[in-house]
Design a protein around this ligand. Structure first.
Ligand SMILES: Cc1cc2nc3c(=O)[nH]c(=O)nc-3n(C[C@H](O)[C@H](O)[C@H](O)COP(=O)(O)OP(=O)(O)OC[C@H]3O[C@@H](n4cnc5c(N)ncnc54)[C@H](O)[C@@H]3O)c2cc1C
Length: 411
């Protein structure tokens, strides 16, 4: 790479910030420009539904780097600047006012945005979503005021916000079409463990139904469910998933399909343009197909991987998908992809909330979750990566070391 080269990164979240850092640690001496539309320097989002939301973790802990980092590493950080276009023919990104930045390599780390409900009343005051620090600040203020909350959606954001709201003493009802929380990712068995956890902490569920409307005069006062219930509330939080921010890529005619389509080195259909993090639908060698992962660890590792690819030193990105969640006293880590699995095996008693769940697909471990059990991620990921058939009894037996399992083929 030439010292005169300019690498532009659009999206100043975790993936973008780690990519910029990696360009410098890998010795790139050209210009690095990191452009973000938020007013903040890059920060991590997980605290926004947990400690930060509850007022237990200071704002400073959320930032990816200390304030002087970008200047110290000669990274030009443009905050509050929404990129409006990409001109791939001219190798330029367009900023408001038609200001143009020429690039030799471009990385898109534009993340994802919350899906909105289009039902009547969705724009009433105190109907919240949670994606950024501004959202978290607004919600945090409302949680401090107490009262009654309806959480719409029982995925990760919904479940974590419900837990935080209960911990702040609000009365909480979760409304969702699923039969148990987290059903889409975890399936009914493990989802039921989370349902019981929330019930034990006083959450009320309205499951198997959706939302028809938010009712109220200016502010939300109630949620009307599709099965005819009217649930009064002072605040509603909508957590019904996210959409990848692909508008720029689409307008630039990059291949887009559930995210910016990239190869295993995170290169898009335009060879000078790369993508990483929530926005990237990357070919995954382990699965032999494209996978888009909406989790912290993916942004943490894909940003650097994309940076190395931009420098011509890329390797296939083949990490096992990983995420974590904390709700009340239950902390967990999850590796792999459970969708399509046909069986769940437990090691330890799920009722004790200290266990490992294994999702099997045709006898091999497709995914695993360690709940209040720690330092097992490497062993679980080795098991998933191995793809070998496992002996269910030994998988369930806590006396069999996890590290001994990957090579155990059932005869
Ligand atoms: C509340 C919350 C809690 C979470 N908790 C967990 C957790 O416990 N565990 C876990 O594994 N994951 C968690 N996640 C998911 C994790 O935070 C995301 O996977 C991660 O933030 C993705 O990072 P990213 O850099 O790809 O995208 P983002 O963090 O979304 O950053 C993208 C940035 O690009 C900006 N941008 C978009 N378009 C433009 C444009 N045109 N011009 C300039 N800038 C633009 C966006 O505004 C944003 O600042 C959580 C997410 C949220 C919202």
């Amino acid at each position: 790479m030439l010292i005169s080269d300019t690498f532009v990164i659009v999206g100043a979240g975790l993936a973008g910030a780690k990519a910029a850092e990696t360009l410098r640690t890998e010795g790139f001496e050209g210009r690095v420009i990191l452009v973000g539309d938020e007013p903040e320097r890059p920060y991590e989002r997980p605290p926004l539904s947990k400690g930060y939301l509850r007022g237990e973790v200071p704002r400073d802990k959320a930032y990816v780097h200390h304030e002087a980092f970008y200047e110290e590493h000669d990274i030009e950080l443009l905050t509050g600047s929404a990129v409006t276009g990409i001109d791939t023919a001219a190798s330029e990104v367009v900023l408001p006012g038609d200001q143009r930045l020429r690039f030799d390599r471009l990385l898109l780390t534009t993340g994802a945005a919350p899906r909105r409900l289009t039902v009547p009343g969705a724009d009433l005051d105190d109907v919240h979503v949670l994606r950024n620090l501004r959202d978290a600040d607004a919600l945090r203020e409302r949680l401090e005021a107490g009262g009654t909350a309806v959480v719409v959606g029982a995925g990760w954001i919904g479940a974590e916000v419900a837990a935080s709201a209960r911990q702040k003493g609000l009365d909480v009802t979760v409304v969702a079409p699923a039969s148990v929380p987290l059903e889409r990712v975890m399936g009914p068995q493990v989802g039921a463990i989370y349902r019981d956890l929330h019930l034990d902490h006083g959450v009320t569920f309205a499951l198997g139904t959706g939302v028809d409307a938010f009712e109220g005069h200016n502010r939300v006062e109630a949620v009307r469910t599709s099965d005819g219930r009217m649930i009064g509330c002072d605040i509603a939080i909508v957590g019904v998933g996210v959409r990848p921010n692909t508008a720029l890529a689409e307008r630039a005619c990059l291949a887009v399909d559930n995210g910016v389509v990239v190869d295993e080195q995170l290169r898009s259909s335009v060879p000078t343009v790369f993508a990483a993090g929530d926005v990237a639908n990357a070919y995954h060698p382990l699965y032999g197909r494209h996978v888009r992962v909406e989790h912290w660890a993916n942004a943490l590792h894909q940003g650097p991987a994309a940076a190395r690819s931009m420098l011509g030193a890329g390797k296939p990105y083949a990490r096992v998908p990983y995420f974590y969640s904390d709700q009340y006293e239950l902390g967990m880590e999850y590796s792999g992809l459970a969708q399509g699995s046909d069986e769940v095996v437990f090691r330890g008693d799920p009722a004790s909330r200290e266990f490992i769940a294994f999702w099997l697909h045709e006898g091999a471990v497709a995914a695993a979750m360690n709940a209040n059990v720690w330092d097992v991620t490497d062993a679980l990921q080795a098991l998933i990566r191995s793809g070998v058939q496992v002996d269910r009894a030994r998988l369930a037996d806590p006396h069999v070391a996890l590290v001994d399992l990957p090579t155990e083929v059932v005869s």
